[in-house]
Design a protein around this ligand. Structure first.
Ligand code: 5RP
Length: 214
């Protein structure tokens, strides 16, 4: 089975967590795009969605799903999003698509975080996928030097500006054996907006797209 098909299966499987009247938090990426397609079939049952990116906002609106403001909705019952890596504790690396800050805000504001992935995302130890870190532009070089001190190799995602007007460093060479501690440490660096480690607030449920989920 192709990876695209595995993503489609995972995206559709998350629909079973959607209940009538809900406001659904919606992540970003190619797996989430399948979830949005499935959610469109339930658009008359739900109140709307809170979106984590301009990309997902466009997809949601194209499919007739109202996009709501998190400040107006308050706590969400459900957030559905993909990931770049997922370990056995449901700790994640996210931000390959550059939407990590809004994704992390919605995850924090949601009671249940359902993570939808294809099997290639499952790892024993996080860090093979370069860890995205969103930074204030003027702090890029300072943050990069601080990251080198703790053993990472930061690479500027040149040309990419996030939805929040910031820049991204992708940190290579980390073997993340204690994701909670590393997330805390990186969050302390001045100029860091968001670390793409979702360990202090991990996923609650992980759906891995596979044949038997059809
Ligand atoms: C975007 C993300 C995505 O969830 C992550 O990159 C996975 O994307 P895809 O479903 O396309 O593999 O964190 O910032």
């Amino acid at each position: 089975m192709s990876q695209a098909e595995q993503k489609r299966i995972a995206g559709r499987a998350a629909l079973r967590y959607v209940e009538n009247g809900m406001v659904v938090g919606v992540g970003t990426g190619s797996t989430v795009a399948h979830f949005i397609d499935a959610l469109a079939e339930r658009r008359h049952d739900i109140e709307g969605a809170v979106s984590s990116s301009e990309q997902s906002t466009r997809l949601l609106k194209e499919r007739g799903i109202p996009v709501l403001d998190l400040n107006a909705t308050g706590e969400l019952a459900l957030y559905v999003d993909g990931a770049d890596e997922c370990d056995g504790h449901k700790h994640l690396i996210k931000g390959g698509g550059g939407a990590l800050t809004r994704e992390k805000i919605i995850a924090a504001a949601s009671r249940t975080f359902v993570c939808i992935i294809d099997p290639s995302k499952r790892v024993d130890v996080l860090g093979r996928f370069p860890l995205p870190i969103e930074v204030i532009p003027m702090a890029r070089s300072y943050v990069a030097r601080e990251i080198v001190k703790i053993g990472g190799q930061p690479v500027w995602r040149d040309g990419v500006v996030t939805d929040n007007g910031n820049w991204i460093l992708d940190v290579h060479g980390l073997r993340i054996t204690d994701p909670v501690a590393l997330e805390r440490e990186l969050n302390q660096i001045t100029g860091v907006v968001t670390v793409g480690l979702f360990a202090r607030r991990p996923a609650d449920i992980v759906l891995i797209g596979a044949e038997e989920m059809r």
